[in-house]
Design a protein around this ligand. Structure first.
Ligand code: UD1
Ligand code: CA
Length: 473
C-alpha cells in the first residue's frame, strides 16, 4: 500500500492491461516505441508533469515486460503496478487500480496506456475543472467519424447524462458526434463507490467504466473538457503508431525550432529525450536518438545519425556521420563519413575526418585524425597528428589491448600500432611503420624495408612478353 505525499491532491491511474491484438505482435502494444520511447511511458510522463504523487498502472498482458519497461525508464518504485489477470472491462480495471489508493482522498486522473498524444496541459485543464466543480470531469471530442467510441448523451440543457458505448447504441445515438476520450478526473471517494456498483449487463459483457457517468450525473455532477481528435486518438495498429509518431516528431521539432534551425523539419527525427541548445543547426535527414545533447551553435549536417551522443558548442559534424555513446567536445570538426563508436571521448578542437572509426578512444585537445583511420582502445594526448591510414591493432583474437599516443606525437601515414604499445611525447613515427615496441619521447621510429630501384626494368618486362607494351588508353 502506498501513502501518497500529503501535499499532492492528485493520483494518476494508467489503464494498460489489454493486449493490443491489432498490432499482430509478439510484444505488448504499449511497449512499441514512438521516437524511441515506449508508448506506455507517454501517459506516465504526463502524470509526472501534472504533479501526480502516486502513479498506478493497471497491467495484464505481458505485465512483467511492461513493468520492467516502466521501471527502466522511471525508476523501480515510481509506478505502482496492479495486475488485472482477466480483462473484464475498464470499470473493473479502475476498481483494481484503486487498490493501492485505499487511503487517498484527492483526485484520481484516469489515463489510457495507448493514447500517447495527450498533452499534460490538457490533463491540467481536466484537473482544474474537476477541482472547481468537485464533480467528475471527462475529456470529450467532436469527431468526423465516431464509429467505435462511446457517445456522449446530453440532456436539453446540454448537461452530460451518460455515455453509450458504440455496440450498445441505437441508430439515433450513433448519430452523436461527440465522443468519450476515455480520460477522466474524479474524487477518489466517488470512484470507489461508483466502480463498486458497476454491472456487466451490456453488449460486451464487460464492466464499463463509462457507467460511472450516469452515477456522477445523479450525484456530484459531470463536466467535460474539449480535446482535439488528434490528441485523444489511440494507437491500435502499426499505421496509427507511425502516424502518432509523426505528430510527436513534429511537436518535438517545433519546440526545438524556437531556438535552433532545422533545415528540413519534416525530415528530421529527434527523439523525446534529446536536448538542443540555442543556435544549433540541424540538416536534412538527421536522426538524433536517445539522450543526445547538441551544444550551442553546433551544426549537424545532412544524414547524421547520433545516438546518446554529446556534441559540444560550436562543433561541426559534417554529412553522414554515425556516432553512438560518444562525447564530442567543443569546436570539433567531425566527418564527413566518420564513425564514432561507444566510448569515444573527444576534447576541444579535435578533428576527426572521413572514414575514421573510433572506439573507446580519447583524443586530447587539438589532436587530429583526418583520414582513413581506426583508433580502438586508444588514449591520444594533445596536439597529436594521426596520419592517414593509421590502424591500431588492438585485438589479438582473445583480448582488447591499449595504445597510448602522448602529447605532440606525429604518426606517419599507413602506420600500424600493435597494442599494447606507447608512443612517447613528441615522438615521430615514420610513414609505413609497424610499431611493436614503445617509442621513446622525442625519438624517430622507422620500420621499413629499404627501398631499392632497378633501372630499365619496364623495358625488360615488355621484351619478355614479345615487344613494347601498348598504351591501353
Ligand atoms: C473506451 C470507452 C469509450 C471511449 C474509448 C476511448 C469504456 C467502456 N469505453 O472504449 O467510451 O470512447 O475508450 O478510447 O470504457 N483496459 C484495461 N482492462 C480492461 C479493459 C481495458 O486495462 O479490462 C485498458 C486498455 O488496455 C486500454 C484502455 O483500458 O488502454 C481502454 O480500453 P479499450 O478496450 O481500448 O476501450 P474502448 O472499448 O476503446
Ligand atoms: Ca475495446
Amino acid at each position: 500500500m502506498i501513502t501518497p505525499r500529503r501535499k499532492s491532491t492528485i493520483a494518476c491511474m494508467i489503464l494498460a492491461a489489454g493486449k493490443g491484438t491489432r498490432m499482430n505482435s509478439a510484444k505488448n502494444k504499449v511497449l512499441h516505441t514512438l521516437l524511441g520511447v515506449p508508448m506506455v511511458a507517454y501517459p506516465v510522463e504526463s502524470a509526472r508533469r501534472v504533479g501526480s504523487s502516486t502513479i498506478v498502472a493497471v497491467l495484464g498482458h505481458q505485465m512483467k515486460e511492461v513493468a520492467k519497461g516502466l521501471a527502466d525508464r522511471f525508476g523501480a518504485d515510481r509506478v505502482t503496478v496492479v495486475e488485472q489477470k482477466v480483462q473484464k472491462g475498464t470499470g473493473h480495471a479502475v476498481r483494481l487500480g484503486l487498490g493501492p489508493l485505499a487511503g487517498f482522498k484527492g483526485l484520481v486522473v484516469i489515463l489510457c496506456g495507448d493514447v500517447p498524444l495527450l498533452r499534460a496541459e490538457t490533463i491540467d485543464a481536466l484537473v482544474a475543472k474537476a477541482k472547481k466543480t468537485g464533480g467528475l470531469a471527462m475529456l470529450t471530442s467532436v469527431v468526423m467519424d465516431p464509429t467505435g467510441y462511446g457517445r456522449i448523451v446530453r440532456d436539453d440543457a446540454s448537461k452530460i447524462q451518460s455515455v453509450v458505448e458504440h455496440k450498445d447504441a441505437d441508430a439515433a445515438q450513433r448519430q452523436i458526434a461527440e465522443v468519450n476520450a476515455g480520460v477522466y478526473a474524479a474524487p477518489a471517494e466517488f470512484l470507489r463507490k461508483a466502480t463498486a456498483k458497476l454491472s456487466s449487463r451490456n453488449a460486451q459483457g464487460e464492466y464499463y467504466l463509462t457507467d460511472i457517468v450516469v452515477q456522477a450525473a445523479a450525484t456530484i455532477g459531470v463536466e467535460s473538457v474539449d480535446v482535439s481528435a488528434e490528441e485523444m486518438s489511440g494507437v491500435n495498429d502499426r499505421a496509427q503508431l507511425v502516424a502518432a509518431e509523426k505528430i510527436l516528431a513534429r511537436r518535438i521539432v517545433g519546440e526545438h525550432m524556437k531556438r535552433a534551425t532545422f533545415r528540413a523539419p519534416d525530415a528530421a527525427v529527434v527523439e523525446a529525450d534529446v536536448t538542443i541548445e540555442a543556435d544549433a543547426e540541424i540538416g536534412r535527414n538527421v536522426v538524433l536518438r536517445g539522450r543526445t545533447r547538441i551544444g550551442a551553435g553546433a551544426r549537424i549536417d545532412d544524414g547524421c545519425i547520433l545516438t546518446n551522443t554529446v556534441v559540444g558548442a560550436g562543433t561541426h559534424v559534417l554529412p553522414y556521420c554515425v556516432a553512438s555513446d560518444a562525447v564530442i567536445g567543443d569546436n570539433n570538426k567531425i566527418g564527413p563519413f566518420a564513425h564514432l563508436r561507444p566510448g569515444t571521448d573527444l576534447a576541444a578542437d579535435v578533428h576527426v575526418g572521413n572514414f575514421v572509426e573510433t572506439k573507446k578512444t580519447r583524443l586530447g585537445r587539438g589532436s587530429k585524425a583526418n583520414h582513413l583511420t581506426y583508433l580502438g582502445d586508444t588514449i591520444v594526448g594533445e596536439k597529436v597528428n594521426v596520419g592517414a591510414g593509421t590502424i591500431t591493432c588492438n585485438y589479438n583474437g582473445f583480448e582488447k589491448r591499449q595504445t597510448i599516443i602522448d602529447d605532440g606525437a606525429f604518426i606517419g601515414s599507413d602506420t600500424q600500432l600493435v597494442a599494447p604499445v606507447r608512443v612517447g611525447k613528441r615522438a615521430v613515427v615514420a610513414a609505413g611503420a609497424t610499431i611493436t615496441e614503445d617509442v621513446r619521447d622525442g625519438a624517430l621510429a622507422i620500420s621499413r624495408a629499404p627501398c631499392k630501384q632497378v633501372d630499365g626494368y619496364a623495358d625488360r618486362l615488355a621484351e619478355r612478353y614479345g615487344g613494347k607494351k601498348k598504351a591501353t588508353r
